[in-house]
Design a protein around this ligand. Structure first.
Ligand code: NDP
Length: 320
C-alpha cells in the first residue's frame, strides 16, 4: 500500500511517518516537501531510505499532480498547513490560500489524476471557537464559531471535505484534532515554548523570567504519538464523509501546564505576562468529547500528560 503524507516535515507529519514505518512495515511512505522545507524532523528517517519525497506546494496544482502521479497513493494524510493561530492574524489571506485553497488544489489534483485514495484531513478543535460552558466537552455536532482566520480556514477545509465526498464521492475522513504536543513541537506553540524557556533558564542562557500569554485558557492536550495513531485508525476504520474529534477529554489551564512543567525542572522562575502573547480574541476552553471516534475505531490515548511533558523537556535539553 502507498501512503502519502502532506506536511511530512512538520511536527505531526514526522511522527506519523515514524509511526507507520514502525507499525506497518509493508506500507510505502511518500511525502511532500517544499524546496525550502527544514528537514530536521525527518532527518533520521531520510537515512533509512524508507521514505520517498516529492517537491510540491499546496498553492501549485501542477506540482501536486506530478507528485500524485508518481506516488499513486491509496491513502493520503493531509497535514500540511499554515498551522500557527497567531500567524493567521498577520497573514489571513496566506493562511486561507494554503489551508483552504491548497486543499482544493489537492482534491482537484487527486481527481485529475483519476485516483481514488482515502483522505484524512487534519481539522482542528479551533473550529469550535466560541464555546458556551454548557457545551463542554464538545461533540462533533457542536456549532462551529471560529475565532481566528486560522480557525475559519480549518472550517473551510472541514466543509470542503464533506462537500467533495457528497459531490464526487472523494473518500474523505475529517478529524478535528485537539491540541497535540510532544518532542519536536515547534517552539512558537505554547507547550514547547514554555518547555524551551525553562530549559534555557536551566542552562543559564537567559535570566530566570518566563514570558507567558493568557494563563486562564484551557486546552485538551494529547501526545502527538497518540494523535497520529488516531489518524491512522481514522482511515483504517472511520467512515467516509464523517467527522471525528481526537482528544483526551481532559482540559488543563495554561497555568496548570506551566506549573506541571516547572515541577519537572530544578529551575526557579518569575512568571511575566507579555501583552504581545495575548490574542485579539482567544478561545477560553477546548475540551473534546471523543466518544464517537472511540466507538468507530477503538482508539484511546495511551501516553500520560506527565510523560509527554517529560519527553518535551528532554527534547529541548538535548536540542539546545
Ligand atoms: P506544522 O506547522 O509542524 O507542519 C506544517 C507542515 O505543512 C510542514 O511540513 C510544512 O512544510 C507544510 N506546509 C506548509 N505550507 C505548505 C505549502 N504551501 N505547501 C506544502 N506544504 C506546506 O504543523 P503540525 O504538524 O502541528 O500540524 C499538522 C496539521 O494538523 C495541520 O493541518 C494543523 O493545522 C493540524 N492541527 C494541528 C494541531 C496541533 O496541536 N499540532 C491541532 C489541530 C490541528 P515546510 O516544512 O515546508 O514548512
Amino acid at each position: 500500500m502507498n501512503i502519502l503524507i502532506t506536511g511530512i516535515t512538520g511536527f505531526a507529519g514526522s511522527h506519523l511517518a515514524e509511526y507507520i514505518l514502525a507499525h506497518h512495515p509493508g506500507v510505502k511512505v511518500h511525502g511532500l516537501v517544499r524546496w525550502r522545507s527544514r528537514m530536521e524532523n525527518i532527518a533520521p528517517l531520510l537515512h533509512t531510505g524508507k521514505i520517498t519525497l516529492y517537491e510540491a506546494d499546496l498553492k501549485d496544482m501542477s506540482s501536486l499532480r506530478k507528485a500524485l502521479a508518481a506516488a499513486r497513493p491509496d491513502r493520503i494524510f493531509h497535514l500540511a498547513a499554515q498551522s500557527f493561530v497567531p500567524a493567521s492574524w498577520k497573514l489571513p489571506a496566506e493562511t486561507f490560500m494554503i489551508n483552504a485553497v491548497g486543499q482544493i488544489n489537492l482534491f482537484e489534483a487527486v481527481m485529475a489524476e483519476k485516483l481514488d485514495p482515502r483522505i484524512q484531513i487534519a481539522g482542528s478543535s479551533e473550529e469550535y471557537g466560541l464555546v458556551h460552558p454548557d457545551e463542554v466537552p464538545m461533540k462533533e455536532t457542536n456549532p462551529l464559531r471560529p475565532l481566528s482566520p486560522y480557525a475559519v480556514s480549518k472550517v473551510a477545509q472541514d466543509l470542503l471535505g464533506f462537500q467533495y465526498w457528497q459531490s464526487y464521492r472523494l473518500r474523505v475522513v475529517r478529524t478535528r484534532g485537539f491540541n497535540h504536543t510532544g518532542p519536536r513541537r515547534g517552539e512558537v506553540f505554547v507547550t514547547s515554548n514554555f518547555a524551551r524557556q525553562i530549559v534555557m533558564i536551566e542552562k543559564g542562557l537567559v535570566p530566570p523570567v518566563i514570558h507567558v500569554g493568557n494563563l486562564e485558557a484551557k486546552r485538551d492536550f494529547t501526545d502527538v504519538r497518540d494523535t497520529v495513531r488516531g489518524y491512522w485508525l481514522a482511515l483504517e476504520k472511520g467512515a467516509s464523509g464523517e467527522v471525528y474529534n481526537i482528544g483526551t477529554g481532559n482540559a488543563v489551564s495554561m497555568k496548570d501546564l506551566l506549573d506541571r512543567l516547572l515541577a519537572l525542572s530544578p529551575a526557579k522562575v518569575e512568571v511575566r505576562i507579555d501583552p504581545d502573547r495575548l490574542r485579539p480574541s482567544d478561545v477560553q476552553i477546548l475540551c473534546a468529547d471523543v466518544s464517537k471516534f472511540k466507538a468507530a475505531t477503538g482508539w484511546s490515548p495511551k501516553i500520560t500528560f506527565e510523560t509527554t511533558l517529560r519527553d518535551l523537556l528532554e527534547y529541548w535539553r538535548s536540542a539546545l
